[in-house]
Design a protein around this ligand. Sequence first.
Ligand code: GLN
Length: 474
Amino acid sequence: MDVATLTIKGAHESLKRGDFSARELAQAHLKKVEEKDKDVHAYIEVFDDVLHQADVADRRLKEEGEDAPSLLGIPLAMKDNILIKGRKATAGSKILEGYEATYDAHVSKKLKEEGAVFLGRTNMDEFAMGSSTESSAYGATKNPRDYTRVPGGSSGGSGAAVAMNGALGALGSDTGGSVRLPGSFCGVVGLKPTYGSVSRCGLIAMGSSLDVIGPFAKTVSDTEIIFDAIKGKDERDGTSLRGGSYQEPELKKKYTIGVPREFLKEGLGEDTLQAFEASLSDLKEKGHTVVDVKLPNVKYALAAYYIIMPAESSTNLERFDGVRFGLFKEGPTLLRDYEETRSAFGPEVKRRILIGSYVLSAGYVDAYYHKARAVKELIRGDFLSAFRDVEAIATPTSTGPAFKIGEKSDPLSMYLADIFTVPANLVGIPGISIPHKEVERDGKSLPVGFQLLAPHMHEKTLFSLGKHLLNEDF
Ligand code: GLN
């Protein structure tokens, strides 16, 4: 079996027909991981019971036959900030070393019901703070397309696992682009669903008003299969959308796509812009209409995000006090206990705790946090009015292809990689990164993602357009 050409959709049919077993499928992926992961380091841990999980799936496949769920026996990778009962979860941090999840995240529960096979935990920037997976306490992940480059972040391990054919799909979390950016850099599909469409229960929190769990896969159809399996109301997440309020769009053959031209200037590489234009031309040739849209306040999105996100992250990280989870370092006093324990956070996490505490502090909360929230509302208004005229908005996913490991050593240049992805998180709308075109760097062809955004709950529009772009059955 050649794992490189397998998709979830295809493997599902083969499993049902008995072309191969779930055990053989899992073995083939484990072999690929063994071959590649010493260089790529997509996984923090490969689980030791993968074949046992696959055997359970094989028994179910025999019993359920044609009715087998789409993910039964499908090997998936999970980002290290998503809880699976009884397994470790560290969010890429030393502070959670040794922590074992005491319950299943909603998504893990749903995937277990489907019968998916969990291959392992994937590497990530510490507490999902970063765009390159270099800030993981467990070492950097490399881009499977070029080992001198980053896979994107923060879900770089998940993106790389799928790109190196070391999993048929994976889950990541997207607070400001962390699924779409690794999707773009690794050349796989990455979806950030509508805020609230996938439960956050069991996701180690970063920015609670922005966080959402999303899938990676090799095709748009596979991404849709995983999304359909994990979405839905969960009583344990107060912001999870009720089934009844989930209004899916009518599917069409021809869409109107808006392009916010004046937003596409900031740091965007010439060849990446050309690749983006080529994707737009392709969509036009396929009968879709492309028009200009105005999003006058979206230029403030990155600044607003880098206030709101640290404010929420610093609050969420208060719980790591050495008493309740993971690491505990004892000092001579209670205060020293906290200081000793919390010194295990890496520099990027500390930076955000400081920024977050500052923007929320009594003297500055109006000038920073409240103002950023007001800006977020303006951006939301911009998108809502743009969506009166268009069904989707297109931008590149990032300003260029994967950058070199160590290239972005100052935080600000790293933050700029998120310029096109953060608006969707602030507004709560869904976004997808589609690997459509490539650009050249040092004689190598590297993927650049084409990002499509749609109104709240309109993931189906993204899937439909994405499939058309990639010539999947439309
Ligand atoms: N790169 C962004 C950040 O560092 C996004 C992170 C994310 O989506 N988890 O905050």
